[in-house]
Design a protein around this ligand. Structure first.
Ligand code: AMP
Length: 213
């Protein structure tokens, strides 16, 4: 089963993906996570990507398409995968369709998690992540027991560089200008499923699994 998780930054794609991979036994492929890992390792690709990520802009298509093409051909993707944060514009979606046709694959479901814009800024700027285990928190909605410390592993919590208010606003603009057209693109393919992304994590998970079966 090949799935695309669509939705604005802060809609909860990453959070839901982490739960869904357990249920369906397929890996999450997050281009954002892959780019951040490349940056952490200090690879030329990571350093190049940083210039765009810091501004909240999209990294050039060729870079992310190359990453995804390589990743989906790895062994653990044989039974399917969940794309999170890719495709991000129509050109990436067209490249993906072409790539999948060549590989004899297709996308089965596109799940679009919808959250009103005014809720997203607060969700993103309050987000914190554990440096050690990657666990996610929110300073208001899901705070750790001790400020700045992960409940699960005691690791240090940090704020993503691009979760500051200025960059968040650019990322939301990029979403509405470049990514939102994908809703229409996949609706025309008959693959789009809209999910109300407001509510607690468990309720939203149930709404998604009702679609995926
Ligand atoms: P995310 O973790 O999905 O919010 O992505 C963080 C940042 O990584 C984005 O603001 C972009 O700069 C970059 N990025 C992630 N995925 C893509 C993609 N598919 N195409 C272009 N840039 C991306």
């Amino acid at each position: 089963m090949n799935i695309i998780l669509l939705g604005p930054p802060g809609a909860g794609k990453g959070t839901q993906a982490k739960r869904l991979i357990d249920k369906y036994g397929i890996p999450q492929i997050s281009t954002g996570d892959m780019l951040r890992a490349a940056l952490k390792e200090g690879t030329p690709l990571g350093l190049e990507a940083k210039k765009y990520m810091d501004k909240g802009a999209l990294v050039p298509d060729t870079v992310v398409i190359g990453l995804v093409k390589e990743r989906i051909q790895q062994k653990d993707c044989a039974k399917g995968y969940m794309l999170d944060g890719f495709p991000r514009n129509v050109s990436q979606a067209e490249s993906l369709d072409k790539m999948l046709t060549e590989l004899g694959q297709k996308i089965d479901y596109v799940v679009c998690i919808e959250v009103p814009n005014d809720e997203l800024v607060g969700r993103l700027t309050g987000r914190r992540t554990c440096r050690s285990c990657g666990g996610g928190y929110h300073v208001m909605f899901d705070p750790p027991k001790k400020e700045g410390v992960c409940d699960k592993c005691g690791g240090e919590l940090y704020q993503r560089d691009d979760d500051n208010e200025t960059t968040v606003k650019s990322r939301l603009e990029v979403y509405s200008n470049q990514t939102e057209p994908l809703i229409d693109y996949y609706e025309k393919q008959g693959k789009l499923h809209r999910i109300n992304g407001v509510g607690d994590m468990g309720t939203i998970f149930d709404r998604i699994t009702a679609v995926l079966g």
